[in-house]
Design a protein around this ligand. Sequence first.
Ligand SMILES: NC(=O)c1ccc[n+]([C@@H]2O[C@H](COP(=O)([O-])OP(=O)(O)OC[C@H]3O[C@@H](n4cnc5c(N)ncnc54)[C@H](O)[C@@H]3O)[C@@H](O)[C@H]2O)c1
Length: 404
Amino acid sequence: MLRSGKVVSVLGLGYIGLPTAALLASQGYTVKGMDINEDVVQTVNKGSIHIVEPDLDKVVKSAVTNGKLKAYSEVQFADIYIICVPTPFVKDSEIPTPNIDYVRTAVESIIPHVKEGDLVILESTSPVGTTEMIKNVFERGGIDTSTISIAYCPERVLPGKIMVELVDNDRVIGGINIDSTKAVSQFYKTFVNGEILETDAKTAEMCKLTENSFRDVNIAFANELSVLCDNNGVDVWELIKLANHHPRVNILQPGTGVGGHCIAVDPWFIVSQDPKNSRIIKTAREINDSKPEWVVDKIKATADSMSTKKVACLGLAFKPDIDDLRESPAVRVVESLIEQGYNVFCVEPNINEHEKYNLIDIKKAITEFDVIVLLVKHKEFTSNIILTELENKGALDFCGTFSK
Ligand SMILES: NC(=O)c1ccc[n+]([C@@H]2O[C@H](COP(=O)([O-])OP(=O)(O)OC[C@H]3O[C@@H](n4cnc5c(N)ncnc54)[C@H](O)[C@@H]3O)[C@@H](O)[C@H]2O)c1
């Protein structure tokens, strides 16, 4: 069996790398995690975790205790290298561009260690051509890439379900050549229950970007509908429910916008490479990105008509039932209202305290505020707020909290 005696090095021990390292260790691999952040290395070596993810703590603790997982600040010799470093985008122009410097640096750090027969796998979400770039970096470093396997295997896990989805999701694997694809597929087959789908590197790279662009474009359609409906006095939630009774129509739900570090980011990787031919993807990004401004204008109109500057915003996270505020459209709404002189109080059941925002509980928001704005469909709001409590208030629901 491939896993016996094999050493895996996971570069980048964040939301993706740490669960991957812990899972592989629990499956019998010897795992040497590596991160440039010394705090992360120390935390992992204590058997603890620095991110919020259900069940991860138990797997890391047991893997570290039984010696199968150890973290380092420098790359160690291994047989399989998995790169899970960040691939952020740079917002320095009209079209944000991906920054793959972290990937390049990670690959350069592997060069002194890589040997014949090793596997080098990229899991970071990357623009098309990145896996080929890895091959070129190795060759410039004097490595004969015909003796190693290099492949891209995008990660599709949902935060909150990572430990389950790492095993159960289908995986797309695209190598720089057929031998690389086959060798890396064999490795994933040792711990993945989902289907392993083989292709080439560019198709695998485009596949990951396509999946998130598909979601973004379809959410943009729903968001555009929500504005059109508002202008026409139509309830968008009822409209979508009715339209979805058509056997071949399946419209997604509108909201305050699109946030997080994947759907709001990855489509730009496609657009920046070919802006002229990615018009729908670019327009969808713009529609979703502009939705918070529209939401702010609606809130201001309501507050101004009630001659108040006090607004209670319900929800800060970028999607329901999580604590993650990255790229959150709800945060953009709150920030914009504060900048424009509104006195904003926030209800976020998934966060206990925040250094910047005034947090209050749902009850206080409902009883003490006249302008109540629902920005995120958290379960606490759907289960705890009774619609009649909002009567005679300036209540605005941007996320379908009360739609059935
Ligand atoms: N988080 C998700 O839900 C998710 C889902 C699918 C894909 N992805 C993609 O996976 C990649 C990693 O995302 P993440 O959320 O785990 O990021 P993260 O920021 O949580 O973790 C990345 C880690 O890499 C470390 N790092 C940076 N440069 C390094 C280097 N040269 N060597 C070793 N470590 C280095 C950082 O210190 C950090 O701890 C990104 O491309 C992201 O788009 C993330």
